[in-house]
Design a protein around this ligand. Structure first.
Ligand code: ASP
Length: 324
């Protein structure tokens, strides 16, 4: 599909999660640097004419490898102190998608999701079956230690001590009356995602997460679900979400933004604001999205205190932001 042949412009936007450090209370520089590096890893491909799909995968992988974010290496812990990661991506040129859920040993879940997409026989593979597919594709198994960190474990223990069985976004302290501060002021936070428009006019979206701190083993949120955590259609938009996954699942937020543009003729800005500030907020959900439309316009609404995010539009320098 080539919906904008006259325009050679590309865009890429990434997020590092809706959970952020408290403004002014932590060193924000490493987050800006990691977001800029992820953007550049995708933009370098887009400048050479690579596909939006390759670009969002590269950007996500860069964020998965960075221990600051809740995906891949920096994944949060489940209730029983293990890691279960989810990821998915979609090619807006043909609506092909691939996703994996509850994988524990794959270094880059987004790379495994890409294998699922390229293989084409199914869209979503979970647990042991996903691991076997990773083995078949020659992806190395990582020791659990690769994903372990003292800060994340301390974060889990604090949540368990303060709120019992509740699972939380890794920054969310609203349910913790005794500690009305982020769970990890200096540490690692943030599911990751990326959207891009390539110079051929095609769009793609990708998302990857460790999920929620203290989540029930086997719980899967929105991140690996087409239409909830991510969606891409080159005629409308590409969307990658972050936040309280159950709400994004119930409202099919990513697809809702696409549908508003497709069926109501809304702009990206109107559609994404209606989904995030309207629907998501009304049902009590928290988080946001990064999104790009078929013309390369970027919009990143959120209803949380902050959202690690950034974008590059064509030749302009990278912009990275944390707070509103
Ligand atoms: N949406 C993710 C989940 O529910 C968490 C996040 O975005 O921080 O698993």
């Amino acid at each position: 599909m080539n919906i904008s042949q006259n325009s050679r412009k590309f865009s890429i936007a990434v997020h590092g999660g809706a959970g952020t450090v408290i403004q002014g209370q932590a060193d924000e520089a490493p987050y800006h640097a990691a977001l800029a590096q992820a953007l550049e890893s995708g933009a370098a491909l887009l400048r050479r004419g690579a596909s939006a799909l390759d670009a969002v995968q590269a950007a996500c992988q860069s964020l998965e490898d960075c221990p600051l974010f809740n995906a891949g290496r920096g994944s949060v812990y489940t209730r029983d102190a293990r890691h279960e990661m989810d990821a998915g991506l979609m090619d807006g040129s043909n609506l092909r998608a691939g996703a994996v859920a509850s994988v524990s040993q794959v270094r880059n879940p987004i790379a495994l999701a890409r294998h699922v997409l390229d293989d084409g026989q199914c869209v979503l593979l979970v647990g042991e079956g996903a691991q076997r597919f990773a083995d078949e594709r020659g992806l190395a198994r990582m020791d659990a230690g690769y994903f372990d960190s003292a800060e994340r474990l301390a974060q889990l223990r604090r949540v368990q001590a303060q709120s019992g069985q509740t699972a939380l976004l890794d920054h969310d302290a609203s349910g913790l009356a005794a500690h009305p501060a982020p769970l990890n002021e200096n540490g690692k936070m943030g599911t990751v995602g990326a959207v891009a428009r390539d110079v051929h006019g095609n769009l793609a979206a990708a998302a990857s997460t460790g999920g929620l701190t203290n989540k029930r083993p086997g719980r899967v949120g929105d991140t690996p679900v087409v239409g909830a955590g991510f969606y891409a259609d080159s005629t409308t938009c590409a969307v990658a979400a972050t936040g309280t996954g159950e709400h994004f699942l119930r409202a099919a937020i990513a697809h809702d933004i696409h549908a508003r543009m497709r069926y109501l003729g809304q702009s990206l800005e109107l559609a994404a604001d209606a989904a995030v500030r309207g629907t998501l907020t009304h049902i009590g959900g928290q988080g946001g999205v990064v999104a790009v439309d078929s013309q390369g316009r970027v919009h990143c609404p959120f209803n949380s205190a902050g959202m690690y995010r950034g974008y590059i539009v064509d030749d302009a320098p990278a912009v990275t932001l944390i707070f509103a």
